[in-house]
Design a protein around this ligand. Structure first.
Ligand SMILES: CC(C)(COP(=O)(O)OP(=O)(O)OC[C@H]1O[C@@H](n2cnc3c(N)ncnc32)[C@H](O)[C@@H]1OP(=O)(O)O)[C@@H](O)C(=O)NCCC(=O)NCCS
Length: 165
């Protein structure tokens, strides 16, 4: 069941960020801080976080936030699916739920940044499968030799079926 995150989910989300292979184990503190900031202030500031709860166990998480100084443009800053659920349409379903939430609120654009390195081949394939366009590349963005790829979806366009699930 896809639902909004609650404070009780915070530690499971930090674990999920690692089991999804989104972050290495040593980065779990970063996600814990992200969750603490979310419940302390960011949620009130408009950030949003959905989880996919499979019978009390979190299978996936997505975090998204409005970009300052834009007209209803958002960025998906985190999406991760537990490794045991990969390639079953869970990520597609969760990203579609994010888009549906933003469309319901009359938001306009959703952007996603990712790396151009082979480690993120599946992430880029996933965004293309979900109907995102590769909009731009910034060379050496993360570090020398590690370019950033920016994906974009126009939320005002009619929602299309994406993926084969
Ligand atoms: C990227 C991620 C969220 C995809 O989640 P998922 O639930 O496995 O994705 P889905 O099952 O919805 O896949 C939809 C489509 O995306 C593409 N895709 C997903 N994983 C893929 C992979 N490993 N290799 C190639 N294509 C892939 C396929 O087109 C797939 O459709 P198909 O399975 O019918 O071929 C998941 O792999 C993940 O959590 N990765 C680690 C964290 C991460 O990289 N997050 C993004 C950071 S920018």
């Amino acid at each position: 069941m896809i639902r909004a995150i609650t404070p009780d989910d915070a530690s499971d989300v930090a674990t999920l960020a690692v089991t999804s292979e989104l972050f290495p184990p040593e980065a779990i503190g970063f996600v814990q801080q992200m969750m603490a900031d979310y419940f302390a202030a960011k949620a009130d500031g408009g950030h949003a976080c959905l989880v996919d709860d499979h019978d009390g166990r979190l299978a996936a998480v997505a975090y998204y936030e409005p970009l300052p100084a834009t007209d209803r443009t958002w960025e998906l800053t985190m999406i991760g699916v537990d490794r045991s659920h990969h390639r079953r349409g869970v990520g597609t379903g969760l990203l579609q739920a994010v888009e549906a939430d933003l469309r319901t609120r009359d938001q306009r654009l959703l952007l996603i940044q990712t790396s151009a390195t082979p480690a993120f081949d599946r992430a880029r394939a996933f965004y293309l499968s979900c109907g995102y366009d590769e909009e731009a590349r910034v060379r050496d963005y993360y570090e020398t030799g590690d370019d950033m790829v920016l994906f974009r979806k126009d939320l005002t366009a009619p929602a299309l079926e994406s993926g084969s699930h």
